[in-house]
Design a protein around this ligand. Sequence first.
Ligand code: TV7
Ligand code: CA
Ligand code: ZN
Length: 393
Amino acid sequence: METKKRVAYFYNNEIGNYNYGKLHLMNPKRISMTHSLIVGYGVYKDLDVYTTREATKEEIMQFHDQDYVEYLSNYVSSTKIDFLRKNGCTAPIIDEEAKNDVEKKRQYGIDVQADCPGFDGVYTFSQLSTGGSIDAAHLIINNAADVAINWGGGLHHAKKGEAYGFCYVNDIVICILELLKVFPRVLYIDIDVHHGDGVEEAFFTTNRVMTVSFHEFGEDFFPGTGGLNSSGEGLGKNYAVNVPLRPGMDDESYKQLFKNVMNKVMEVFRPDVVVFQTGADSLANDKIGHFNLSIRGHGECLTYMLRFNVPVVVLGGGGYTIQNVSRCWAYETGLLVKKNLNGPIPVDDPFFHLYEKQNMLHVPIQQVENKNSKEDLNKIQEEVFKQLKEVDA
Ligand code: TV7
Ligand code: CA
Ligand code: ZN
């Protein structure tokens, strides 16, 4: 029998106010929208709610290079500098020169082709994202929660010394490093539509972390890594699992593949704790991803992992149709406390105007062609099983 889980939830009202820029697709407001639904549907009462703190420089430097962290923490946008100067500020601004140094920007991945703009508060935003993931790990370590949620985390692309794919600080790697101080084996699961490359790379040569990413792959889809035969190196050989998929994945085929793979993973790896990145860009109608999952299908993957009675850190990630992201993560927060949320969006929600066109929690999805044939999927599952047979944890 599955027992009732103690579910902790990290949130900080500030995080929704950061802005990647007017045209950018990543919108931190979706975290505040998620929170409003959690409150509006009354899920709040069943959670242990914690205010997220900012991670310290020392914590961030457990993974990231000092020079990169210092560059980020001193970052001030040119707009902000212009504003300060116009208003008579004559004090030196620490990194005024560095931030205009095109060479450094390139080195640290800032602004490269617009994916990772330097924006005001980029460092504090990353500290908040990471603080929640670290404290989520600590609650699990102290056995003060069975499930710990940080929707502001899940930024899986950030590299040791470089911003990448909308991600500046890799809160997931830092969360896993905390867990490894106490637990022998950590399982990382990533259902964001993109490959979890930053996390995979960080643990590519260890057998203490198994990384499993399901993602869209091919036709230049970002980031292009995560092919079937990229599976770890050295001691980490076979401990990186990749499930590369074509556009159009639907609930039926995704759920079946997910459950089969994860069942086998749990059998061979027997983790002490699970870190689950639940990027919502794998939902239907995302502005970047091309999968066709419903919110219920996405959520079933998350709840499937509860049956193994291993503690879980639940993190956010991508998601670019923001109303669907907040719907999904609020629904999943509900599932974790055994509530099956449905019906209309509460009319007093402060973001109600954004849902007005479609005011239900669950939204219908059109049938689109699934470019993954049954044979393709069987072949992929077979290959993954072959790899997992070699795991001897
Ligand atoms: C975890 N796709 C992050 C996913 C990161 C995806 C990309 C964009 C994009 C960025 C924009 C923008 C965009 C319409 C979509 C090769 C490029 C092509 C930027 C225009 N519109 C996560 C990163 C991915 C930024 N990057 O996994 C500002 O799409 O494909 C690429 C690289 C070069 C850069 N250009 C896109 O979900 C959180 N970027 C509009 C404005
Ligand atoms: Ca993924
Ligand atoms: Zn993504």
